[in-house]
Design a protein around this ligand. Structure first.
Ligand SMILES: Nc1ncnc2c1ncn2[C@@H]1O[C@H](COP(=O)(O)OP(=O)(O)OP(=O)(O)O)[C@@H](O)[C@H]1O
Ligand SMILES: [Mg+2]
Length: 452
């Protein structure tokens, strides 16, 4: 069946003619002769489309339209109007009718409108489905990125997440490597299976092996019981090796073997245990350099570097800084009950000008701190860590892009902030240093929005 249609038409010959034509064309059709009956039927059965005459006994076509839409906002309604009722027809469309057709019309003409409706409906449903799929990708909701590099990263994540290929995520500290690893797992079919993280830099060399592969009873002094390692724990899911560059050489060989055979041997054990795990690696080190230096095995590198994802430092993606500021501001002002908090233009400038050696983590922490420290409705430079305040002082006030008045203000602000810093915030001393009265300093602090 192509679709289920309710026809409300009081004229018998028309009702029979239309019903016949639609049925012949594969539609499932129920008809009745007055508006009340029609609405009653709607209340009892599910229809995709209502075709209703405008002039009807009982409820008229407009009333049927509004009742039908009230009951099923998604239902289609086509009105049949007599020639002079075009005005009404137009207002019907405004109220949600799909279309109207004026008498006299041929069955073919009506069929075209009906077909058009079902095409539209199909498109709309596809659209909804598409949007759902995109929502399914909402794991990206917590990874903010407006820059083209980050968009390319999102595409890459979408492409490789559903596969089992190893991924190597590279990037400075705080660029979001762990977030990406999480997204890769969450967007894969393994998402309901374990996601095991192991930080190769944090575990001492002699423990790492048994952490990874487990051990049998008696494998070493103190191994009173057999124990599963991370590989076995991750079975069916994903294992994430953070800071793989810090893995000791001796273990690199063993890891390579496991990756090749998908089989581990517990410490002190002799039989191989099959494991089904997807591997993700992250490093903030340059592994090629480590290979040169002899601290990383080249064969392991080629094994894990199947799909490389590079996260550039934050200072190289200006668009992301703005987006991240907004995101973290909203996140923390909600968290700390300070909704509506703004960032002063100067503080904003400092945030944009900074070079973020600690990348996103540093920006995130700076905003959290500023939200906590702010007392009014604005975040000022003074709420930012001192490295940012330095930026404020270094802002180029003499730039010819600045209107003179702005340049003067900028310079005043710099001098005042500097004086306040040198006097550890003591205003009387700062005023003396600047050669102005305390009162003038107060006035300027207010004018320049310096909150100290
Ligand atoms: N694109 C981003 N959008 C939102 N938050 C981000 C983004 N990138 C990083 N963060 C946040 O910054 C912090 C650091 O990110 P993450 O731990 O993933 O970095 P990392 O690269 O693994 O750092 P490290 O090398 O120090 O382990 C986390 O709190 C994370 O939520
Ligand atoms: Mg990390």
């Amino acid at each position: 069946m192509k679709g289920r249609i309710l026809l409300i038409e009081d004229e018998l010959s028309m009702r029979l003619g239309i019903s016949h034509a639609l049925r012949e064309n594969g539609y499932d059709i129920i008809s009745c002769e007055d508006g009340n009956q029609g609405v009653n039927l709607l209340g009892h059965e599910r229809f995709d489309l209502v075709i209703t005459d405008l002039r009807l006994p009982g409820l008229n076509g407009m009333e049927v339209l509004s009742k039908a839409k009230e009951m099923y906002p998604d239902i289609g309604v086509i009105l049949i109007t007599a020639f002079p009722e075009v005005e009404t027809a137009v207002s019907a469309i405004k109220q949600g009718a799909f279309d109207y057709i004026s008498k006299p019309f041929t069955n073919e003409a009506l069929l075209i409108v009906v077909k058009r409706y079902f095409n539209y409906r199909k498109l709309k449903q596809e659209n909804v489905r598409l949007r759902e799929t995109i929502k399914g990708r909402a794991q990206f909701e917590n990874i903010i990125g407006e820059s083209s590099v980050m968009k390319a990263v999102f595409d890459l994540i979408n492409t490789v997440a559903p596969t089992d290929v190893p991924v190597l995520i590279r990037g400075e500290s705080g660029t979001g490597k762990e977030l990406v690893a999480n997204a890769l797992h969450n967007l894969s079919e393994r998402k309901d299976k374990p996601f095991i993280k192991i930080n190769c830099a944090a575990i001492p060399e002699n423990l790492l092996e048994s952490e990874l592969f487990g051990h049998e009873k008696g494998a070493f002094t103190g191994a009173v019981q057999a124990r599963k390692g991370k590989f076995e724990a991750a079975n069916g899911g994903t294992i994430f090796f953070d800071e793989i560059g810090d893995m000791p050489l001796s273990l690199q060989v063993k890891l390579l073997r496991v990756l090749e055979d998908q089989e581990i041997t517990r410490l002190g054990g002799y039989k191989g245990i099959k494991v089904d795990v997807r591997t993700i690696f992250a490093t903030s080190k340059d592994l090629k350099e480590a290979i040169q230096e002899g601290t990383f095995r080249e064969d392991l590198f080629y094994r894990i570097n199947v799909v490389p994802i590079h996260l550039p430092p934050l200072r190289e993606r200006g668009e992301d800084i703005t987006a991240l500021i907004e995101y973290f501001l909203k996140m923390y002002s909600t968290k700390y009950g300070k909704n509506g908090l703004n960032i002063s233009p100067d503080a904003y400038k400092s945030l944009l000008a900074y070079d973020y050696p600690g990348n996103v983590r540093e920006l995130k922490n700076a905003i959290e701190r500023a939200v906590l420290l702010s007392t009014g409705s604005q975040i000022y430079v003074t709420h930012l860590p001192s490295v940012f305040r330095k930026m404020a002082e270094d802002l180029p006030c003499i730039s010819e892009d600045l209107p003179l008045e702005e340049g003067v203000k900028c310079y005043e602000r710099q001098r005042i902030l500097k004086a306040l810093e040198q006097t550890k915030g003591k205003k009387i001393e700062a005023a003396a240093r600047l050669g102005i009265s305390r009162k003038v300093l107060w006035k300027k602090l207010k004018e320049l929005n310096i909150d100290i």
